[in-house]
Design a protein around this ligand. Structure first.
Ligand SMILES: NC(=O)c1ccc[n+]([C@@H]2O[C@H](COP(=O)([O-])OP(=O)(O)OC[C@H]3O[C@@H](n4cnc5c(N)ncnc54)[C@H](O)[C@@H]3O)[C@@H](O)[C@H]2O)c1
Length: 420
């Protein structure tokens, strides 16, 4: 095909922007469509808001005309392939919220051209592409999927902050509505991504992504439950997990922690348990893992309470507590679904005076990150272990440290450092 843009990406977020950069790196011309004008303007100035895509890498692509952003869906007419990377959150009732995807599918339907390819990249339940996206595209365009245009699903697997596996090097799974749709989508991705794995249907692609995230959620729940048992038995859970990981086969290591965080693992599994109900099926592992993981901030509050009680003979009420790290994982600034939010709320309700320090998050929950002065607090709770922190120095200066990440490993001091 010979339209102006090789690829258009709808949604310039954690998924969309690295994807745009990956295609531009491969010499493709990329159009980005986003509904936030300020974001579009910033991208067109070469300024990135996503840590994984430094402005220094984005700007040359913008200058060379290989990445251009717009709020105007009509420009999609000039793209060969349209990749949709929009949020798929949950409603307050923890049910799939496809409103972003549906809105975009309606807008794309109005401008869709014969011969174009549309790929859904958002994480979602099996059936979304066929049952939700396809009818909206067809209704808006008057075209038929699989005959007049190609439609496929290819879930994004990027892990923000990770450098060993990137959008380019992480294999891409692709399932199209028809074999020709799969082939068309696979061909586009092969132009920029090292490995493409073809599937027989969009439902397989949708479920592949959910399996990956449910696998993580269930295994994290397993070690979180073990951590709570170890607390009662006086066994160091970190030592046990590390020891089990020395087995060269049959065991994959997962770390306990203060709870799940991020856009994916805490939310995605519920997409499947919701869909399963349509088939009179109860996805029990998903619900149980959610229960255990959601309970972790409550358990962490009790560990802090015990540490203050035994370490300083103080109650949570009236204590000054510093939360160290509020991002949902180390070395990034993403606070979506972070367990820190729940823990802060629980500690405040219990009467604590809570502050936080996070080198990656300047503002959080109505607070500004304070300078790291451990001696000024009754207790420092390590919720996220950013690598820029000197944990030996922290232990030296703090009165009591509660470590939910094993960041103080090797610097433990009896009666001062309390671990999950
Ligand atoms: N963040 C991750 O680590 C990650 C990893 C793998 C998969 N995913 C999945 O990828 C999808 C996208 O997630 P994300 O983290 O990139 O989201 P995000 O919130 O970072 O970005 C979404 C972007 O879409 C824009 N947008 C919203 N509505 C729009 C519309 N109608 N038209 C055009 N743009 C619109 C927003 O302004 C925003 O810039 C989700 O389904 C998510 O589950 C995310």
């Amino acid at each position: 095909m010979s339209r102006t843009w090789d690829v258009a990406i709808v949604g310039a977020g954690y998924v969309g922007l690295p994807l745009a950069e990956t295609f531009a790196d491969a010499g493709r011309k990329v159009l980005i469509v986003d509904v936030v004008p300020e974001l579009v303007d910033a991208i067109n100035r070469g300024e990135s808001h996503i840590e994984d895509v430094p402005s220094a890498l984005l700007a040359p692509h913008v200058t060379a005309g290989h990445i251009t952003a717009t709020t105007d869906y009509a420009q999609l007419k000039e793209a060969d392939a349209i990749l949709v990377a929009l949020p798929t959150p949950l409603t307050k009732q923890r049910e799939p919220d496809l409103s972003y995807v549906e809105a975009a599918a309606r807008s794309i339907g109005e401008v869709l051209q014969p011969g174009q390819l549309v790929v859904l990249e958002s994480t979602t339940y099996p059936g979304t592409t066929r049952e939700v996206v396809k009818p909206l595209l067809e209704a808006g365009s008057g075209l038929e999927a699989g005959r007049d245009f190609h439609l496929a699903m290819s879930p994004e697997r990027v892990d923000p902050g990770r450098t060993d596996w990137t959008t380019k090097t992480t294999p891409k799974v692709v399932g199209g509505l028809t074999p020709a749709c799969t082939a068309a989508a696979a061909a586009v991705y092969r132009g920029a991504i090292d490995t493409v794995h073809e599937l027989s249907a969009p439902e397989s692609a949708e479920l592949t992504k959910l399996l990956e995230n449910i696998y993580r959620s269930v295994n994290i729940a397993l070690v979180n439950e073990l951590a709570q048992l170890c607390d009662r038995m006086g066994i160091d859970v970190w030592e046990v997990v590390e020891a089990a990981a020395t087995k060269p086969f049959g065991f994959q290591s997962f770390q306990p922690g203060p709870g799940l965080g991020g856009h994916c693992i805490p939310l995605d599994p519920y997409y499947l348990s919701w869909k399963a109900r349509e088939y009179d099926f109860s996805a029990r592992f998903i619900e149980l893992a959610g229960e255990v993981n959601n309970n972790m901030p409550y358990f962490c509050r009790s560990v802090i309470s015990q540490a203050l009680n035994h370490g300083l003979k103080k109650s949570v009420s009236g204590s000054r507590i510093l939360i160290l790290g509020v991002a949902y994982k180390a070395d990034i600034g993403d606070v979506r679904e972070t367990p820190a939010e729940k823990l802060v709320a629980l500690l405040r309700t219990a009467g604590a005076d809570v502050a936080y320090h996070d080198p990656h998050v300047p503002e959080f929950d109505g607070m500004a990150s304070v300078p790291l002065q451990p001696e000024a607090y009754d207790c420092v709770a390590i919720v996220t272990a950013h690598s820029a922190i000197d944990y030996a120095d922290l232990v030296r200066r703090a009165k009591v440290v509660v470590d939910f990440r094993n960041a103080t490993r090797g610097h433990e001091v009896d009666g001062k450092v309390w671990k999950l």
